[in-house]
Design a protein around this ligand. Structure first.
Ligand code: F6R
Length: 266
C-alpha cells in the first residue's frame, strides 16, 4: 500500500485522474473499474476535461462499476447507471457495449451476480479499480462483516450507509435498502487499485483502514493485502494518519512519483 497526501481535494482528484490517464496511455484497451459517490465526481470532472483538452481516448476502454441499487432501473435518476451517465459516460467516447454495471432490476439477482463476475473474467480482469470509502469503511457496498473473499452478490446496506447516501435521492425515504456489489475478493483481484478519500469526515476511517488491523469490520482494510494499491487523500482526510510524515517523504523522494510531483506543482 502507498499513501499519497495532497494539499487539497482538487490536487488529490487531479492526481487520481492523472494516474488513470497514464494507465490508459500505456494500455488503450484498459479494463477500468469505476465507483460512484460524491468523491468520484471530482475525478470524473477532471477526466472529462482531459478528454476534451488533451484528447484522452476512451474508445478502447471497458468499464465495470462496483455496484448498483436493487430495484432501480437504468433511467431512474437515482440509479448509479444514471449517475455514471450524468457525470462521465455521456461526456467521453466510451462505447456503450463496453460499459457494464450490475443490473439492479434483474429478475434473478443471484444469476445476475454470477453473470457479472463472468463478464469481468471474460474482459480479462480489471486493470485499474477506482474506489471511494464509506463512513463505515465499505468499498463498493461491502458493508462491515463482508467476507474478505466475497464475490459479487446482493448486500443489505447499513444504517450508516443509508444515512450517508439518502441525501442525494429525490425522495430520501425511497433509497433502496439493498444493492448488488462486487465482493471484496472481486476487488482484490484487480491489477491495481486507487482509493480516493477527501475531507475530515473520512480521516478516522482512513486511519483505521490503512494503519489498523485487517478486519472484515472495515472492508477497506483488506486493501492492505493488495500488491499495488494507492491511497490518495487530501490533508483533511490524512489528519489522523500516524505515518503521514513518512508517506510525504515517499512522494517527495521516490523516483516513481517524480513526473507527478512536477505536474502537481504546475
Ligand atoms: C459507490 C461506492 C461507495 C462509495 C463510498 C464513498 O459506487 O463504491 O463505496 O465510494 O460510499 O462515497 P462518497 O464519495 O459519496 O463519500
Amino acid at each position: 500500500m502507498e499513501v499519497i497526501i495532497q494539499p487539497d481535494a482538487k490536487a488529490a482528484a487531479d492526481l487520481t485522474a492523472r494516474l488513470v490517464a497514464k494507465e490508459l496511455q500505456d494500455k488503450p484497451r484498459l479494463v477500468l473499474g469505476l465507483a460512484t459517490g460524491r468523491t468520484m465526481e471530482t475525478v470524473y470532472r477532471r477526466l472529462v476535461e482531459m478528454h476534451r483538452t488533451e484528447n484522452l481516448d476512451f474508445s478502447g476502454v471497458a468499464t465495470f462499476n462496483l455496484d448498483e441499487y436493487v430495484g432501480l432501473a437504468a433511467e431512474n435518476e437515482d440509479s448509479y447507471r444514471y449517475y455514471m451517465k450524468r457525470h462521465f459516460f455521456k461526456h467521453v467516447n466510451l462505447r456503450t457495449v463496453n460499459v457494464h454495471l450490475p443490473d439492479g432490476m434483474a429478475e434473478d439477482l443471484d444469476a445476475e451476480c454470477v453473470h457479472y463476475e463472468q463478464a469481468i473474467h471474460d474482459a480479462g480482469g480489471i486493470d485499474l479499480q477506482l474506489l471511494g470509502i464509506g463512513a463505515d469503511g465499505h468499498i463498493g457496498f461491502n458493508e462491515p462483516l463482508s467476507a474478505l473473499q466475497s464475490r459479487t452478490r446482493v448486500k443489505a446496506l447499513t444504517p450508516a450507509t443509508i444515512e450517508q447516501n439518502a441525501w442525494h435521492f429525490s425522495v430520501p425515504e425511497k433509497m433502496p435498502r439493498r444493492a448488488l456489489t462486487m465482493g471484496v475478493g472481486t476487488i482484490l483481484e484487480c491489477r491495481r487499485c486507487i482509493l480516493l478519500a477527501l475531507g475530515e469526515t473520512k480521516a478516522g476511517i482512513i486511519a483505521a483502514a490503512v494503519e489498523g488491523p485487517i478486519t472484515s469490520m472495515i472492508s477497506a482494510s483488506a486493501l492492505q493485502l493488495h500488491p499495488h494499491c494507492t491511497i490518495i487523500v487530501d490533508e483533511a482526510a490524512a489528519s489522523r494518519l500516524r505515518g503521514a510524515e513518512y508517506y510525504r517523504w515517499i512522494f517527495e523522494n521516490e523516483p516513481e512519483w517524480q513526473p507527478y510531483r512536477k505536474l502537481m506543482k504546475r
